[in-house]
Design a protein around this ligand. Sequence first.
Ligand SMILES: [Fe+2]
Length: 604
Amino acid sequence: MIPARYGATRFPGKLMQDLGGKPVIVRTYEATKDTRLFDEVYVVTDSELIFKEIELNGGKAIMSIKEHDCGTDRIAEAVEDMDVDIVVNVQGDEPFTSKSGLKQVLSVFDGPDADKIDLASLMTEIYDWKEISDPNSVKVIVDKENFALYFSRSPIPYPRDKNAAVQYYKHKGIYAFRKKALLDFYRLPMRPMEAVEKIECIRFLEYGKNIKMAISNIQSIEIDTPDDLIRANKVLKDGNNIVVNNQYRNFPMVPKVVYGRGSFDQLSSILAPQRKDKAPFIYLVDDVFKDNADIIDRMNLRFNDKLIFVSAEEEPKTEQVDTIVKNIKGEFTYSPSGIIGVGGGSVLDLSKAVSIMLTNKGSAADYQGWDLVNTKSIYHVGVPTISGTGAEVSRTTVLMGPEKKLGINSDFTTFDQVLLDPDLTASVPKDQWFYTGMDCFIHCVESLNGTFLNEFSKSYGEKAYDLCKEIFLSDNLSEVESRGKLMMASWHGGMSIAYSQVGVAHAMSYGLSYVLGIKHGIGNCIVFDHLEEYYPEGVRIFKEMKDYHNIKLPQGICNNLTEYQMNTMIDIALSLVPLWENALGDDWKSKITRDKLQDLYLKM
Ligand SMILES: [Fe+2]
């Protein structure tokens, strides 16, 4: 619901002002609809003019009958007789409303504490004392679960010691209400704190409602003044508008890549032009190479460059990213010239995440999701030493967070440079080679059988699929040939899902990793082995490959799970909405149930 009052104190008639050929309110309506997050979108207005304009543009509008004190009242009146579950209030004067912000505010209702939540809203980190002390910016404080404790125009908490490290948050006026909370607001009279601060949402707190706050650091442009309108028109004209709601994704690819046996020797000459005075290169290297003097020697570290060995025994964690970033910031005055990841999918993902978090504030966990990164990352290079995950080409970095296993999927995640040297994969143990190779095979099966499939993904997916069959099912390839081919299969498989999505095996395997700490490659294999129903041909070939290489998968891994663990596993799997949408279509919820998932897990 987009409440739209014609008169605005600071900028009268602002919603009908022209923004790139259309009134502001029409832009907001279209941007909201384009997110495809809602069953219905309405503008609720007191103005005939706005009503007619929306209808004229093919939109839906509702005239609100009464005079209202605020937008919340206006939409409450409108939904009173509608059969709705969750109502989202989108500000009429935010024509570049971002999909990710709205998605975040909605996603809290899928979380484990959803039952406790009456409404959800957004907050953004602020750092500038001018903004913190500005009464026009409403600050919010939250408890450890991010439930709002209080909203105020004063700086809260008040810093007695000005240097105290505390994160301030500014409230953003986007709300998602359960219908009941919204109607209660409408019926209950204003109480003193709301009246004195003139902040609507305090009413909810004064009546004991729970407001869950999600963090969104996406910048948006509110049209509050004529200057804002000029700025917004410029943004539109320059085409750099912040909206990411486009139907077709504008996907970044790795801009530079070198391929060839022994190309690892070129690494230092490739890096040289990127070196900034006094700023080191940081190498994150899989600790299997700890005693490999040859590899370390060939990296040719200079000046204050630093080598950090990381274990790939476990999936990379947001906490691990935060620690590495903190250590680098603590040790060096200058921000690094670049981050070089040398290892498998885990190390590559870790390197991408570290390069992002060196320029973005907060914790890596704040950026798990789609397009939440604001600032360009540090120059980063990926050197895979095991093939299959596609991490070298992907626009994401999958991390285990405190609440979820999810990627930081952004334009700034993709590597600036990749070096593909098939010889580096020579020492990979056989079962690991198989599991990681199967990750690639499963990427292809899931992409090629998904509803998101398009010619772009298909062309890469089919190539990788054929390469995998050749590598894993024929015996006329030399080891050297096989290594080169698997490296390219990984690349193509990664490209295929980058412009599409993975599916059932990945969604369920994320659950296994989160609860049991099972690594991605083997987790996928364990799951995929039981997915005949969804991918009959792919699973048949997989089993053939498994037998051919005499691979034995663990059995009965979910037999001794507690009910809580099983539920968490199912929650994690179901939270990966785009994967299910790709695998089973828009009505996936009617096709996969919790019981069904539990049955599948129990077979593994
Ligand atoms: Fe994967």
